[in-house]
Design a protein around this ligand. Structure first.
Ligand code: ADP
Length: 492
């Protein structure tokens, strides 16, 4: 590592440091990687590219900072987390535009939903540790059982690019609130908001070393981090193959892992569904240009209403405006990166070559050029085709019909994933019958994306390992301890 001249860049008028953040200081690497914007291909900066040496420094800093941070009360830690949230709220516009330039997601969403949510994540977990975390004592033959959640050590957090700061704070907030210290490795395609966030932690008075950021590629900085023997926890959101490699690395140290992985979630429209509602919710599955792990990308519609639903869907989807994500009128922006764009195009091209019926989109948006891919619908693809069984993670939905409840349950549960499901129905009993049989971490009935931080969140099957959210987050980040006290032996 050497100090290099370029220490930061200006993105949409906001200065962003492009170095790591270790022990409260900026640390540069002599190696860098190039970061460009999916919005217009513009250059966003050369980012310090970390590896083993930077990871070693960061983990050591986090280990050194741990005892003092762990010794604070939840209220003392919470006060600092609230101060960080205050600072995020003051700078929502800066965070929003930098995130939009970095990952291409809508500025409108960042301003109205995502960045306020970042602040809320911090406040929620801070307050949860203070007020809600607890279990009633219970008695065993006169002995008292008392459960506590103790700080565990250093949590390594590996995060994806589709909602960079939002997903990072989903992990940072409970880890810090639980008394752990943190090393964050943001996705290499979207490193900028983690750096802005690090800046705020200094301003908010978070002690040096409690929160650290190492930038770099997954197979270098990421791999070095998850193999580090100094960790107490690894929380990862990303793809199944990466999770397998992390699990292998973690196995050597028996580091506990929490994984939130991909999905291929069903979007079920029962024969008794309100068609307008079903069509609106279905079109929402294109949110974030389809780069949402929770999306119900497989539309399964009852044959009796399939034509009427398809017409309502086509009308609503036709109203979607694709364009520059900085324009507040835009509904669908670009894909995050050329590599990802090519992957999506590959899925659609192969489906077309196999004779799939692509009734909408199916190609890049020629007017916009760059990384803009048209919202796409593939009708009645073969049940075992890759477009139905594998996660595309782009604006690509499939539509299949079914005849009976048994059929739709079999189709819905017919992939290796189990992250989420959407059911649209006009009848509570009918909806209940279906939801009971679905394998999924989260099911939405007649709604989509309603997320309460108290709820368990995660995936079944290959969609994840464990749950985070509410108490589940603390169960993971903390060391859960039971103290059994006998009624005998006291001298007083
Ligand atoms: P995607 O396929 O969705 O881009 P990945 O699972 O490859 O997602 O990446 C998600 C995060 O995991 C990123 O921060 C990436 O750098 C990191 N990553 C990738 N490979 C590894 C690895 N072998 N070890 C640790 N982290 C990794």
């Amino acid at each position: 590592m050497t100090t290099i001249e370029a220490t930061g860049v200006e993105v949409a008028g906001v200065r962003v440091d492009t170095r790591h953040f270790i022990d409260g200081l900026r640390v540069a690497s002599s190696d860098t990687f190039r970061n460009t914007s999916p919005v217009d291909g513009s250059f966003l900066g050369d980012i310090s590219r970390g590896g083993q040496a930077e990871v070693d420094l960061a983990v050591q800093a986090a280990r050194d900072a741990f005892p003092a941070w762990a010794a604070l009360t939840p209220a003392q830690r919470g006060a600092i987390l609230h101060r960080i949230a205050d600072l995020v709220e003051v700078r929502i516009e800066q965070f929003a535009i930098v995130e939009t330039m970095d990952n291409g997601a809508l500025l409108r969403s960042h301003l109205r939903g995502v960045m306020p949510r970042v602040a809320h994540n911090l406040r929620f977990f801070a307050d949860y540790a203070i007020n809600d975390l607890g279990h009633p004592d219970f008695e065993t033959r006169g002995h008292n059982n008392h459960v506590t959640w103790d700080p565990s050590g250093v949590a390594a957090l590996i995060t994806p690019w589709n909602a960079p700061l939002m997903l990072a704070t989903w992990k940072i907030a409970p880890a810090l609130a639980a008394g752990d210290t943190v090393v964050l490795k943001p996705a290499e395609w979207t490193p900028l908001t983690a750096s802005l966030f690090a800046e705020l932690t200094v301003e908010a008075g978070l002690p040096a070393g409690v929160f650290n950021v190492v930038n770099g590629y997954g197979n270098q900085a990421g791999a070095a981090l998850v193999a580090h023997p100094g960790l107490s926890r690894i929380s990862f959101t990303g793809s199944v193959p990466t999770a397998k490699s992390i699990a292998r690395a973690a196995a050597d140290n028996l580091t506990p892992c929490s994984f939130e992985l991909g999905g291929k979630s069903p979007f079920i429209v029962l024969g008794d569904a309100d068609l307008e509602l079903a069509a609106s919710l279905a079109v929402e599955q294109y949110d974030n240009a389809g780069q949402v792990c929770l999306s119900g990308t497989r539309i399964l519609v009852h044959e009796s209403i399939a034509d009427a639903f398809a017409a309502a869907f086509a009308k609503k989807a036709g109203e979607l405006r694709q364009g520059d994500p900085r324009d507040l009128q835009t509904d669908i922006g670009p894909q995050v990166h050329q590599t990802h764009f090519d992957r999506i195009k590959g899925f659609v091209d192969r489906a077309a070559a196999e004779g799939a019926d692509i009734v909408m989109g199916g190609e890049p948006n020629a007017e916009l050029g760059g990384l803009y891919f048209r919202p796409t619908l593939v009708k009645q693809p073969a049940v075992d085709s890759e477009i139905v069984t594998q996660e595309v993670f782009g604006p690509v939905l499939t539509m299949q019909t079914f005849a009976t409840d048994d059929d739709v349950v079999a189709l819905a549960n017919g992939t290796e994933f189990g992250l989420a499901a959407v059911v649209v129905s006009g009848n509570r009993d009918h909806a209940n019958t279906i939801t009971k049989q679905l394998v999924a971490g989260t099911i939405w009935v007649n709604c989509f994306f309603v997320r309460d931080l108290r709820a368990p969140f995660g995936g079944s099957r290959k969609s994840g390992v464990g749950r985070e959210g509410g108490t589940w987050s603390f169960d993971f980040y903390a060391d859960v301890k039971n103290t059994v006290v006998s009624p005998h032996g006291w001298k007083e």
